[in-house]
Design a protein around this ligand. Structure first.
Ligand SMILES: [Fe+2]
Ligand SMILES: [Fe+2]
Ligand SMILES: [Fe+2]
Length: 407
């Protein structure tokens, strides 16, 4: 278990894949914005540290967007009236996450017109960084429709011309000038293709000194992403954070400590990260799901596993999080794992997940009483789905766990 060996570049790159899932079929937006912003920053000879930091804020700039409908609005119009909400939310999430707090202010202003930034008298370096994110974001919005068809090589002069008309209004003239200089060649646009994008991000990562995250920093990063996931729906408000608290307490009751305990908590925080790909129309649906909707919903724990494998290569976190819908009987998903494959930590997270979900109001039912929940868990033990010892530990201290779930 090498939890202490997580590198920040790798963690941000991998977790930004989860943010990019909110686009559903329009993925990699954050990564393209990151590469566009860094390319322009380098052309302007910004210090290397600032070029790297703009790469990270590019990948994270839309961390305030959890809902697919909001994502669509942002990618359909050049300026959308509701754009500021996700800037405020994203800045709020980042400011609470110590390793990324320094990116919070530029994310706050990443949809603010340049002429407004001048009026607000925001610090000039900060204004430029925020506005570079805005510019890169809008360039990507304009190019995205042509990416898959390859028409971008025909369309890019029109995009450059359109951006030029916004110089001094939406965007800082010096940023627009730099963009025009670097984007006037095919190579700029071809670098946005998925395999080249991923390669470039890997290459950048291999050329910078490794910055390792300590455990508190890693937990703050996990908490940030749990907030993005929980904001997907009002019905899942604080779900991941509460599952993490319950799982941590259960693990302590089982005598688990040290790194293992921290990993249980992180797995709890991130267990639903794959849900970012599921439309809120499905999550918020009051009735039963159609077979197609259920299939979409059922892929989320697999997506969780794959995303977390990229971050926590050498740890059990991906499995403990990704197996939370498996059952001891082997009729869960997505692997149909059974008793043999499910560590105590997986069983703990599965129980914590169901316990918290039942205690929470959902679109298709009200929150359940403690008595009802304990009965329900007992039934799941009797049918061979949940671990008897884990449910017994929770039942021993039921009031405390109920507090952790809803209070
Ligand atoms: Fe945005
Ligand atoms: Fe964006
Ligand atoms: Fe789940």
């Amino acid at each position: 278990m090498k939890l202490q060996h997580i590198d920040i570049h790798n963690a941000i790159t991998a977790l930004s894949c989860a943010l990019d899932l909110v686009g559903v079929d329009e993925v990699r937006h954050g990564k393209r914005v990151a590469i566009i912003a860094r390319t322009i920053a380098q052309h302007l000879n910004w210090p290397e540290a600032e070029c790297l930091s703009i790469l990270y804020s590019g990948m994270l700039h839309d961390c305030g967007v959890s809902r697919i409908h909001e994502h669509h609005q942002l990618t359909e119009t050049l300026e959308w009236d509701g754009a500021e909400d996700h800037c405020i939310r994203g800045a709020d999430y980042l400011s609470a996450c110590q390793p990324l707090a320094h990116l919070s202010a530029e994310i706050r202003y990443h949809h603010t017109r340049w002429e407004e930034l001048l009026e607000l008298a925001v610090d000039r370096r900060l204004s430029l960084r925020a506005n570079l994110l805005y510019l890169s974001d809008r360039i990507d919005m304009l190019q995205a429709p042509f990416m898959s068809s390859g028409r971008i090589l025909i369309e890019y002069p029109a995009i450059i011309a359109q951006i030029k008309t916004l110089s001094g209004i939406l965007f800082a003239p010096e940023l627009v000038d730099a963009f025009v200089e670097v984007a006037n060649v095919e190579a700029f646009w071809l670098a946005m293709e998925p395999e080249y994008l991923d390669e470039d991000l890997r290459r950048i990562g291999s050329h910078i000194p490794t910055t390792l995250l300590d455990i508190p920093a890693l937990k703050e990063l996990a908490r940030l992403f749990s907030r993005v996931v929980d904001a997907k729906s009002p019905y899942t408000d604080e779900h991941s954070q509460r599952v993490a608290h319950i799982a941590r307490q259960l693990a302590i009751d089982f005598g688990i400590g040290g790194y293992e305990l921290e990993q249980v908590e992180i797995a709890g925080l991130l267990h639903d990260i794959g849900k970012l790909r599921v439309s809120e129309d499905i999550i918020d649906k009051p009735g039963s799901l159609t077979p197609e909707e259920r299939a979409t919903m059922h892929r989320h724990s697999y997506d969780t596993l794959r995303i977390l494998q990229r971050v926590f290569d050498d740890s059990k976190i991906p499995e403990w999080a990704g197996f939370h819908h498996e059952t001891l009987l082997g009729d869960g998903y997505p692997f149909k794992n059974g008793t043999k494959e499910l560590d105590l930590e997986c069983r703990i997270i599965a129980v914590a997940d169901i316990f918290q979900a039942l205690a929470q109001h959902r679109p298709y039912r009200h929150s359940m009483s403690l008595e009802y929940i304990l009965n329900d868990l007992q039934m799941r033990v009797a049918t061979g789905h949940l671990d008897a010892e884990v449910v017994a530990k929770l039942t021993d201290n039921a009031e405390l766990y109920y507090q952790l779930a809803v209070a």
